[in-house]
Ligand binder design. Structure first.
Ligand SMILES: [Zn+2]
Length: 115
């Protein structure tokens, strides 16, 4: 594996930044950014080993969205079984009037999801 990846952003080479200017004299170009891959880092195989920034990542997703979704299509909703625990507790709310406000107690319901 190379120590560098080229940014996969489809418009990376069109962004006008100093870091993309290459060439000499009248033969200058804007070039796709090169990304150093840190082999010993926990971040070695993260998405930012392939994209120089979030803008390039989102450009890639927008350009290839149909193909990306075809890799792992979602044709039905996924579900996670849970238990729901509802408990009553005393809370309060404020009622605003022309003369200020009053603090009124009421019984509220807390919903807790237990996995
Ligand atoms: Zn880029």
């Amino acid at each position: 594996m190379s120590d560098y990846n080229w940014c996969h952003g489809p418009n990376c080479h069109t962004q006008q930044t100093q870091s993309r200017v290459r060439g000499s004299g009248d033969n200058k170009v804007l070039r796709t950014r090169r990304i150093k891959v840190h082999k010993s880092s926990f971040a070695m195989d993260t998405i930012y080993s392939y994209f120089c920034n979030q803008s390039c990542l989102m450009d890639f997703i927008r350009t290839h969205l149909t193909s990306l979704l075809a890799i792992a299509p979602r044709r039905e909703a996924l579900e996670t079984p849970i238990k729901v625990e509802k408990t009553k507790y005393e809370s309060h709310r404020y009622r605003y009037t022309d003369n200020g406000h009053t603090r009124e107690p009421y019984i509220a319901t807390r919903t807790k999801i237990i996995t």
